[in-house]
Design a protein around this ligand. Sequence first.
Ligand SMILES: N[C@@H](CCC(=O)N[C@@H](CS)C(=O)NCC(=O)O)C(=O)O
Length: 204
Amino acid sequence: MDDLTLHEDPRSGNCYKIRLTAALLGKPLACKQYDIMQGETRTPEFLRDVNANGRIPVLQIGDRFLPESNAACWYLAEGSPLIPGEAFDRADMLRWMFFEQYNHEPNIATLRFWLQFVGEANLSPFQESQIMAKRAGGEDALAVMDEHLAGRDWFVGDSVTLADIALYAYTHVCEAGGFRLQDYPAICRWLIRVSGLPGYVRMS
Ligand SMILES: N[C@@H](CCC(=O)N[C@@H](CS)C(=O)NCC(=O)O)C(=O)O
């Protein structure tokens, strides 16, 4: 089997998804760290050798490079119970992973990044003008999740899948972006369920 190396910044939830998937599956994963605040994913070498899109995470599989967190999770989990065997459930899992990338991460992860790492005082006028819309978009996403999880344990079927891992990564740290988890009781119960999984690892 090819060696697996995660090119990551440990503060990133997108990178954490991949580490959590590997840990739940018991797959060994080496890590190479970058500081995105210092532009280390924008160097000519990184753009040429690792990801022309200038972003982590990138999962290196032997001498091949796979960017995009959810694609990397899929690669690791192929053939495992983290991907449902039944066609509808598998597509439904992808539905939540696309939701995560379109409705959840661009609002919740971005606000966390701006408020926790960039700092409110350092935001550009454009970023400042986006805060309210990002807050509203993030709250909408959390409300959809909370309603879906009321009365069920996992996003798809009756066991944990990549949908749960993808959505867990930034949800469990969303308070750093100013969101209030206590407003979402079904999410709170699900977060405890995920953190109790055998093999679970913390974000950092
Ligand atoms: N859709 C991508 C998003 C990747 C992404 O936004 N990465 C951020 C960190 S979470 C990054 O590398 N930022 C550094 C930069 O843009 O220079 C994924 O899911 O992997």
